[in-house]
Design a protein around this ligand. Structure first.
Ligand code: B12
Ligand code: SF4
Ligand code: SF4
Length: 347
């Protein structure tokens, strides 16, 4: 079996693209510096597993190649949003890629294993702290933009990635000329929380991190920037010229599992949810990692944003929710602190 046959299997399994590159990342030092600067915020696993990022041998002894795949999902430059609505980032509108992309990657590994019984394979989709974008660019799948996302030629960045490490020395694909951005700075200017420097995103300021990963209260100065993003954020991708509508993108096939379900949720409904409602709504979705208090925290901030933007009709209901939390003996510190900041903003 040659590299062409490997590629054919990946496409047959439904991946949008595939490339083969070295298993060693090109820029481990950029990752190291990012962690040293504390940009990972509360994602402690990134710090404790940082050696793995630089050395995939720790994930699969003898790893020599990274077979990199991507699953595309639908994206757009803008969209209409109902009033009092909290948006979900597009990658999370379908089924959980940690489950579905990984499952197909494991099938890929099984197919290759039977052709190369002496080779070892390990499928990773966010399951191991590898530098997936770095490896995918090394495998010629795309190029990393200033917003740090991998951009596929002619297709853009609306895709999730997966990596199959292997000990089999497959022939490698050529990498692409590195810089897809030139003088463009659109994502840096559009980011509402100033999280982006060229090729560096400070997670502590990124709405995606704040709404999905950060468990504590969100710093007051970043509340307004969340806008209407309940979980995740797509702004840097919406504005990127590589994602603007073209015929190629209009005809781009998307991974079946990532076809969108819900664009987001009504914020007043979310504030009324029980833990069981949250569980049911997020079942099978990558959103299940957003815990109950974090979700309520996000919804309170977004509704406060709506009021500050002039939606005064919702203010009395929001104030009732704030009061309920203040008067509840069980309310967490995160919610109490969120209520405190929301009240100050509403005065
Ligand atoms: C932690 C993490 C986050 C954090 C931090 C993001 C970040 N930019 O680092 C937070 C929670 C903020 C986040 C947000 C999002 N994430 Co995320 N995230 C990850 C995760 C688990 C690790 C990334 C990491 O190691 N970051 C640390 C930094 C240092 O790594 P890096 O940015 O990859 O760094 C490299 C480049 O910057 C490059 N570099 C540095 N300098 C230079 C200079 C030049 C010239 C060049 C070319 C390159 C370059 O080299 C660095 C080291 O290799 C990966 C999965 C994985 N294991 O890789 C998913 C991953 C990156 N996320 C993904 C997605 C989809 C998102 C969101 C779009 C989700 C959303 N809509 O809300 C946003 C996008 C925000 C953004 N602009 O990055 C996808 C990206 C797909 C793609 N097309 O690139 C990944 C790969 C998950 C997956 N399996 O698909 N994410
Ligand atoms: S995802 Fe949103 S907050 Fe994060 S870097 Fe992109 S535009 Fe900024
Ligand atoms: S918006 Fe411009 S600077 Fe940002 S990633 Fe896209 S091309 Fe690069």
């Amino acid at each position: 079996m040659n590299s062409e046959q490997v590629r054919a299997i990946a496409l047959e399994l439904g991946f949008g693209s595939v490339g083969i590159g070295p298993s060693i990342p090109k820029r481990p030092e950029a990752h190291h510096a990012w962690i040293e600067a504390g940009c990972h915020g509360e994602m402690a696993w990134m710090e404790s597993h940082r050696d793995v990022a630089a050395d995939p041998d720790l994930v699969l002894p003898g790893a020599i190649r990274a077979i990199c795949v991507l699953d595309r999902y639908p994206g757009s430059a803008s969209e209409d949003v109902p009033p009092r609505f909290g948006r979900v980032a597009r990658y999370a509108r379908g089924q959980d890629y940690h489950v579905h992309t990984l499952k197909r990657l494991q099938q890929f590994a099984e197919r290759l294993s039977s052709a190369f019984p002496d080779g070892a394979f390990r499928a990773c989709v966010d399951t191991v702290p590898l530098l997936e974008r770095d490896l995918a660019s090394g495998a010629g799948v795309g190029r990393v933009g200033k917003h740090t996302l991998l951009i596929e030629p002619k297709r853009g960045s609306w895709a999730v990635l997966g990596v199959l490490l292997t000990t089999v020395p497959f022939e490698m694909d050529a990498t692409l000329n590195e810089d897809p951005c030139g003088t463009c700075t659109r994502c840096i200017e559009a980011c509402p929380t100033d999280a982006i420097e060229p090729w560096k995103v400070d997670a502590r300021r990124c709405i995606s991190y704040l709404t999905l990963e950060h468990r504590s209260a969100i710093p007051a100065g970043l509340h307004e920037g969340l806008g209407d993003w309940l979980a995740g954020c797509d702004i840097c991708q919406e504005v990127c010229p590589h994602n603007q509508p073209t015929t190629a993108r209009a005809n781009t096939p998307h991974a079946e599992s990532l076809k969108p379900g819900r664009q987001g949720f009504d914020l007043l409904e979310v504030l009324g949810w029980t833990e069981e409602d949250r569980r049911v709504a997020f079942q099978g979705s990558a959103l299940k990692r957003v815990k109950y208090d974090a979700l309520k925290r996000n919804a309170l901030i977004l509704l406060t944003n709506k009021v500050c933007q002039g939606d005064l009709e919702v203010k009395p209901t929001l104030l009732e929710h704030l009061q309920d939390i203040e008067q509840s003996a069980n309310a967490s510190e995160v919610l109490r602190e969120t209520v405190r900041v929301c009240r100050l903003r509403l005065e």
